[in-house]
Each structure stands twice: as structure tokens, then as C-alpha cells.
Design a protein around this ligand. Sequence first.
Ligand code: GLP
Length: 260
Amino acid sequence: MEVVILENSEECSAYAARIAASWLKKKPNTVLGLPTGRTPLNFYRQLIRMYQEEGLSFKQAVTFNLDEYVGIGKDHPASYANFMQQNLFRFIDANPENIHIPDGLCHDVELECQSYEEMIKSAGGIDLQFLGIGGNGHIAFNEPGSSFASRTRVKTLTEKTIQDNSPEFGGTENVPMHVMTMGIGSIMEAKQIVLLAFGESKAEVIRQMVEGPLTASVPASILQMHPKATIVIDRQAASKLERSDYYQWVFNNRPDWQRL
Ligand code: GLP
């Protein structure tokens, strides 16, 4: 696990965008795994800027979003399909046929989850997976206790996540209780994973994820087992890490070929 600590969320987002760009330049049909939430907003702004100013193209890229609420469609303002449209897809040249997000209004959620897994497989698997992290350590919507072997399926949100995500819905009573989410097993098959986290509110969970024991109670701790996981965090999110000086040292002394 590589831990990259940068000054603020802008620097972290620009760094993450450079990782995406280096993949897309080498492999224009990169399969990207994409998150939602407040954390990736600046990262998406950076990708848009690179598309507009630096000629970065998403024309052949294939995207899979991590999750979606059950029971709301792409026209619902708080759906993740709408989030992606508003914050990224409408500004770049991605081919709509290559964009995948579970359909919150599908008739058969189990079938939808199964065919999502199959689509990922037939795209050749995810190359580069971006993640945020929930305050309780969830990745995508894999709440604490989720199996490390889980695949795309339906989950019931915890009360904490309902609370955390309620602003987008104008109150906890409007947040759907069920979601479809890629599983931890599905996420771990990505060739590279980049997790972003900012601010003091994420400091404790980042400490547990990076330096705590591997446990399903902190789903993100499984990233300790991934061969190529990069955690990109600002100083505040890093504030509870015991070995932060060492991570900084490693980053500052990384060999030239690892620099972006
Ligand atoms: C949601 C998403 C996660 C995201 C998390 C953190 O529950 N399903 O993918 O990482 O929230 O959100 P934020 O970035 O707003 O803190």
C-alpha cells in the first residue's frame, strides 16, 4: 500500500487525475472504476480540465460506477447516474455506450447485479479503480461486516450512511434504504486502486484502514492486501497516522520511473 500525503484536496485530486491520464495515454480503452460522493468532485474537475486544455480523450475509455440506490432512476437528482452526468460525463467525450452504472429502476435487482459482474468481465476487468471512503470505513456501499469475497449485490445501508448521505436527499426519510454495489471481491480484482480521502473527519478511519488490523469491520482495510493500492490523502486526513513521516519519506525518495 502506497500512502501519498499532499497539502490539500486540490493537490490530491490533481495527482489522482494524473494517474488516470497516464493510464489513458498508454491504453486509450482503459476500464475505469468510478466513485461518487463529495470526495471525487475536484478529481472530476481536473479530468474535465485535462480534456479541455490538454487533449486528454475518454473516447475509447470504458467506465463502471461503483454503486447506485435502488428505486430511483437517472432523472432523480440524487441518483449516482445523475451525479456522474452532472459532474463528469456531460463535459467530456466519453461514449455513452461505454458508461455503466447499475440501473436503480431495474425490475430484477439480482439479475442486474449479476449482469453488471458479467459486463465487467467481458470488458476485460477494471484497470484503474478510484474510491472514496465512508466515515465507517465502507468502500462503494460495502458496509462494515461485508464479506471480503463479496460480488456486486444488494445491500442495506447503515443508519450512519443514511445520515451521511441525507443532504443530497433533503432528509434521512428520503434516502433509499437499499443499494446495488460492486462487492469487495469485485473491487479487489482491479489492476490498480486509488483511494482519495480529505479532511479531519476521515482521519480516524484512514488510520484504521492503513495501520489497523485487516477486518471486515473496516471494509477498506482489505486494501492492505492489494498489490497496487495508492491512498492519496491531505494532511488532515493523514493526521492520525503513526508512520506518516515514513510515507512522506518514501514518496519524496521515489525513483524517477515512479514519478508522474
Ligand atoms: C457514499 C459512496 C461511497 C463514497 C462515500 C463517501 O456512501 N457510496 O462510494 O466513498 O459515500 O462519501 P464522501 O466522499 O461524500 O465523503
